[in-house]
Design a protein around this ligand. Structure first.
Ligand code: NMX
Ligand code: MLT
Length: 472
């Protein structure tokens, strides 16, 4: 019996495409139609974990010595770009096509994941279920998970007091990461480890911490927003709302379109395979058996850098500076001049370029589609559309940029701004709330599969020089 919104046809289509595309075949192989009516995510995982443990054991014993290409000096000194060195089960990034969550692209997720309203955007709880189990959940399962997350969302009072100890104008990411660190006090993993727990059971308290963390980050994030920008007037959770809808509500935005935007936003920012700075940081810190709170707080500190998640803030501030200097109806010629002015002052054009992607980010495209549907006449959206035409040729002209196309951050700010969330410095917190879903999902699997301490080898320049001399 199949409990699945769009029926078997889409999965059949995916499977037949997977047969034609070997890269897709591996990711889709694990994706299954949800065949159980069990509403409990934990019992689903309990069933899946032994299978996947066996799969990893077999991979190690049968193929452990297979070589995966060659590592070059460029890769060693160039931020490990292009070096395959991490196991990350929840998603896989193709440079041309973009992200796939457990084998499903963003448009496919938009089709098959349950929505809060008919034909609406996917619910992030559904994506969480997909990332954790590799299965598309039913609407009933997603509703049950929404309820469970609400039941886990109570924040201990000391968390608010800890945030309040910071100046109210401290960067929102500093306040948010501080709040996450304060939540750590309740870690079930830490308690279990202190008591003594067998390593085969690590995933269970990690699961508890992860679901609690995912449930609580929107509440902490909304508190930071209301503290900073709305005279500390906190809005309580609405028990009738889902995860994404509730987050928008607690921030103070109740229009149905903003609720839909938040569901889409939290879904698409959640996971981007393992090598990006935040996911990799979370995974690295967790590899020392640090609990999910410690690991995720570390990830947030990476996300707060301007080359990574802070770029969403930088994009809107940059766009506003364009408007300030050139007006809202800026011509393409003036835009070109402004882009060159930015580059000539030694800065990057925020929202463009990527460490892996070599085409327009599908997360940009789906936000553009949202804008075309809901706010086609917004002046800043028009400006973003013009930038899509103006920036890539200029970046190509520079001759060194590997990907001149827009990334996820090029678009998110103008959508939020349109619905009244105008405080750009806050935007990276939204990215962070979403990323808890991806990082924690993988972390549960890190523990279930018993992944080891991460500890790559480093060398000095002298070592490299000597090595290259010998190799010449
Ligand atoms: N504007 C100006 N220069 C750029 C840009 C850009 N948007 N993108 C890349 N370059 C430069 C880069 O700084 C480097 O210059 P140099 O050799 O002088 O150091 C050169 O082009 C080669 O860089 P790439 O190999 O193309 O890119 P890399 O993988 O090193 O970096 C980013 C990727 C995303 C850090 C880079 O494209 C960038 O700085 N983009 C703007 C910031 C941004 O939008 N970040 C958000 C990324 C997505 N996210 O959410 O994390
Ligand atoms: C992300 O979502 O993490 C960014 O696109 C950066 C990356 O993937 O490297």
């Amino acid at each position: 019996m199949v409990f699945f919104k769009c029926g078997v046809s889409l999965i059949s289509k995916l499977r037949s495409r997977a047969v034609q595309q070997p890269s897709l075949r591996d990711s889709v192989r694990w994706l299954q139609v949800q065949t159980s009516s069990d509403l409990d995510l934990h019992s689903q995982l309990k069933e899946l974990i032994p299978e996947q443990q066996e799969r990893l054991k077999k991979l190690k014993s049968e193929h452990g010595k297979v070589q995966l290409g060659n590592i070059t000096v460029d890769m060693v000194i160039g931020g490990m770009r292009g070096m395959t060195g991490l196991l990350w089960e929840t998603s896989l990034l193709d440079p041309e096509e973009g992200i796939r969550f457990r084998g499903l692209s963003i448009p496919e997720c938009q089709k098959v994941l349950p929505a809060a309203k008919p034909g609406g955007e996917p619910m992030p709880e559904g994506l969480l279920w997909l990332l954790l189990t590799g299965k598309v959940p039913t609407k009933e399962q997603v509703d049950s998970l929404s309820k469970e997350l609400r039941s886990r969302s109570t924040i201990p009072d000391h968390v608010y007091k800890t945030i309040n100890a910071l100046p109210v104008n401290a960067h929102p990411m500093t306040q948010f990461a501080t709040g996450v660190m304060a939540l750590q006090v309740q870690s079930e993993f830490q308690k279990a480890y202190e008591k003594g727990i067998h390593k085969s059971k690590y995933w269970e308290p990690t699961y508890e911490d992860s679901l609690n963390l995912i449930a609580q980050v929107p509440v902490v994030a909304a508190y930071v927003y209301r503290r900073m920008y709305k005279n500390e007037q906190v809005i309580p959770m609405d028990d009738s709302l889902d995860y994404g809808g509730n987050f928008a509500h607690m921030l103070g935005f109740d229009s149905p379109d903003m609720l839909e935007l938040m569901r889409l936003y939290l879904t698409i920012h959640s996971d981007h395979e393992g090598g990006n700075v935040s996911a990799h940081t979370g995974h690295l810190v967790a590899s020392a058996l640090s609990d999910p709170y410690l690991s995720f707080a570390a990830a947030l500190n990476g996300l707060a850098g301007p080359l990574h998640g802070l770029a969403n803030q930088e994009v809107l501030l940059w766009i506003k500076s364009v408007v300030e200097e050139c007006g809202e109806n800026v011509t393409k010629e003036n835009l070109k001049d402004y882009v060159w002015k930015t580059l000539n002052s030694g800065k990057v054009v925020p929202g463009f370029g990527h460490g892996v992607l070599r085409k327009t980010d599908p997360r940009y495209t789906c936000q553009r589609e949202f804008a075309l549907k809901h706010l086609p006449d917004d002046p800043l959206f028009k400006l973003v559309s013009n930038l899509y035409e103006v920036v890539p040729p200029i970046l190509l002209e520079l001759g060194k940029v590997k990907n001149p196309w827009p990334n996820v951050d090029a678009h998110s700010g103008v959508l939020l701004n349109h619905y009244g969330l105008t405080e750009a410095r806050y935007y990276t917190v939204l990215f962070g709330v979403s990323r808890a879903i991806g990082i924690c999902s993988q972390l549960i699997w890190d523990r279930a599969l018993g992944l080891p301490l991460e500890r790559p080898k480093s060398v000095t320049m002298e070592w490299l020089e000597n090595y290259c001399k010998k190799a010449a």
